[in-house]
Design a protein around this ligand. Structure first.
Ligand code: CP
Length: 318
């Protein structure tokens, strides 16, 4: 079986088989990051440009590690250091980079659809590292890998996404991905942040966090994205925390184990309390570790790597 896509733009267009292929390919790649010499010669000679038009810690550095650990040549371009600030368009910029002979572009952009727009206009493989409110496919994949590690399966799991769903590309990628893999998906948050249109995607809407805690196997806690809100969408951060924030008190009251994920960055004391963020229920840093392996898998497959050879390739020493 081969991964036959040129780009990774979102999980909406992937089949369950393709998602499974990426997750399975990531598994042998995990071990590379645990070695003293964290490098295999898989993408030697490939040149990858990381175009980040929005701030990022996890995704940017995780892609950079994944590329370097696969021996690609990699260059980071932050928008403030590029000629975009002088008025150059995204496509002109990318075509100029292609004139220097690149192979792949990883792009984070505030506009939904920017990676797809670019993919139609350049020859390189394009990977969406988060576009506006649309999708963040590698985050969805690393969340699914972490859930599969913890529960041994995705099919039948009940995963509820809590918080600022309306502004969240992470929510959309998780919903598409988890539904395709047979999980039951719910969302919870203030009505202003949880669009009813999600019901059309087969997602259950929970008005109360107590009901989520009583039913969910795992909760993916989203950051309140104050920078994307045009007006106050709930009365105060304190009230948000009281009604929807994940606290030890609420978890203990539920009286059952619920796994806590958060894509980061976290607003401690708003959507998640510090004792939960650092506590026994969470797998937040395991998500970050899995992010490198998932991104290695995506790069390997888009470069034409065969899923069946992933273990053999990952075992190669530099
Ligand atoms: N989860 C995530 O996308 O984090 P960054 O914005 O730091 O990349």
């Amino acid at each position: 079986m081969q991964f036959n896509r040129k780009h990774l733009l979102g999980l909406e267009e992937l089949t369950a088989e393709e998602i499974r292929m990426i997750l399975d390919t990531a598994v042998p790649f995990k071990e590379i990051s645990e070695r003293q010499i964290k490098k295999v010669p898989v993408l030697r000679g490939k040149t990858i440009i990381n175009l980040f038009f929005e701030p990022s810690t996890r995704t940017r550095i995780s892609f950079e590690f994944a590329e370097k650990r696969l021996s690609a040549d990699t260059i980071h371009v932050g928008v403030s250091q590029s000629s975009v600030v002088k008025g150059e368009t995204l496509v002109d910029m990318a075509r100029n980079l292609e004139a220097m002979r690149i192979d792949m572009v990883v792009i984070r952009h505030p506009a939904s659809g920017a990676p797809a727009f670019l993919a139609e206009r350049i020859d390189s493989n394009v990977i969406n590292a988060g576009d506006g409110w649309h999708e963040h496919p590698t985050q969805g994949l690393l969340d699914m890998l972490t859930l599969r590690d913890e529960f041994g399966k995705l099919k039948g799991l009940k995963v509820v996404i809590v918080g600022d769903v309306v502004h969240s590309r992470v929510a959309r990628s998780n919903i598409w991905g988890l539904k395709k893999m047979g999980a039951k998906v719910g969302v919870c948050g203030p009505p202003t942040l949880v669009p009813r249109s999600l019901e059309a995607m087969g997602v259950e809407i929970y008005p109360r966090i107590e009901d989520v805690l009583a039913e969910a196997d795992a909760i993916n806690v989203l950051r309140i994205q104050l920078e994307r809100m045009q007006s106050n969408m709930f009365p105060s951060l304190g009230e948000y925390n009281r009604l929807y924030g994940i606290s030890t008190e609420k978890l203990e009251k539920a009286g059952r184990d619920v796994l806590i994920l958060h894509p980061g960055p976290m607003n401690r004391g708003v959507e998640i309390d510090s004792d939960v963020a650092d506590g026994d229920y969470q797998v937040i840093l395991k998500q970050v570790t899995n992010g490198v392996a998932v991104r290695m898998a995506v790069l390997f497959l888009l470069a034409g790597g065969k899923p069946a050879r992933a273990a053999e390739v990952a075992a190669t020493l530099e």
